[in-house]
Ligand binder design. Structure first.
Ligand code: 15L
Length: 299
């Protein structure tokens, strides 16, 4: 069973005990929503934590997070252990699921962390009455679309890796748990979260931390979300995604990748000498363990 270290906000709190569970009533002020963030020791979480100060964040990871802010608590939990994830989710209003493998890995690792782990997160949400799950999907769920086509969130997934398959699975889980169990969900097909775009490909898919936070807030707060998919990108002129669904939900990105275009393109219009990586949206992920199947598509 996971141990939860709590740091309560400086407000009047009455703790009630009912059926063996603790419920906290905060009187006189609006209670901060309690949000479980999995994968809290990772890079995306580290960016996001700084942006979401209005929430009470329950951070969770197998690696300990020690630099807790006033609005943060930490609970150690392994995504592959349903009981631990369930304990971590108890009393939460929402879950931001960032945990699991963040790139291509051997099948067993993807299976355990991203498939079983994702199932456990949704199952914990269902049993604990969590209202919203924000799933960190990835552009690699659609990485085998070409860069010269613009895709909306309605396209069939075209994963470029086992990792991409696990993200398509997570999106399907969000849809299932919304339709069958009423757990509201937003899957964000994240491009690349960083302070600035790293290369030519990232000019199309870059997502600033504050724009990611805006999408997360939409997922947690928008009154009409059942299950939605959006692309996780900033205001990127060179994008190959139609993000109309995010716009419809009120998303107004604040940052533009074009501000770095001149500097990045000064080194040339390509990142690699790999034709497949340069042709497909998933970049070098499409060429990992190359089986040759896509070569006829290249022109
Ligand atoms: C991802 O999904 C990864 O988590 C991240 O590390 C980057 O590789 C990113 O995609 C990308 O496509 O740039």
């Amino acid at each position: 069973m996971a141990r939860i270290i709590k740091r309560q906000p400086e407000v009047a709190i009455a703790a009630l005990s009912e059926e063996g569970r603790n419920h906290f009533i905060i009187s006189g002020v609006d209670p901060m929503k309690t949000i479980l963030m999995t994968g809290a020791a990772g890079g995306v979480a580290t960016f996001l934590r700084r942006e979401l100060a209005e929430y009470s964040l329950r951070l969770s990871d197998v690696r300990v997070v020690t630099d807790l802010g006033d609005n943060e608590t930490f609970v150690a939990s392994d995504l592959t252990e349903l009981e631990a994830v369930t304990a971590a989710a108890e009393g939460c209003d929402g879950i931001i699921h960032l945990g699991g493998m963040s790139d291509e890995q051997p099948w067993e690792d993807i299976l355990n962390a991203n498939i079983v782990g994702c199932r456990n997160v949704y199952e914990a949400a269902r049993t604990q009455g969590v209202k919203r799950v924000i799933f960190a999907s990835s552009n690699h769920a659609v990485g085998f679309y070409r860069r010269d086509e613009t895709i909306s969130v309605d396209v069939t997934t075209k994963p470029d890796t086992r990792y991409g398959v696990s993200k398509a699975f997570g999106e399907a889980m969000g849809s299932l748990y919304a339709d069958k169990y009423g757990v509201g969900g937003l899957a964000i097909r994240i491009g690349n979260v960083d302070q600035r775009p790293a290369d030519v490909r990232r000019l199309a898919i870059w997502l600033s931390p504050r724009d990611l936070a805006q999408l997360v807030r939409i997922g947690l707060e928008h009154p009409d979300i059942h299950f939605e998919i959006v692309y996780g990108m900033s205001d990127n002129k060179r994008s190959w995604w139609d993000n109309a669904n995010a716009t419809r939900l009120g998303y107004q990105p604040q940052d533009r990748s074009e501000d770095w275009a001149k500097e990045i393109l000064a080194d040339g219009a390509r990142d690699t000498d790999d034709d497949a990586a340069e042709t497909y949206q998933g970049g070098t992920f499409v060429s990992l363990e190359d089986g040759g199947g896509r070569v006829p598509d290249l022109c």
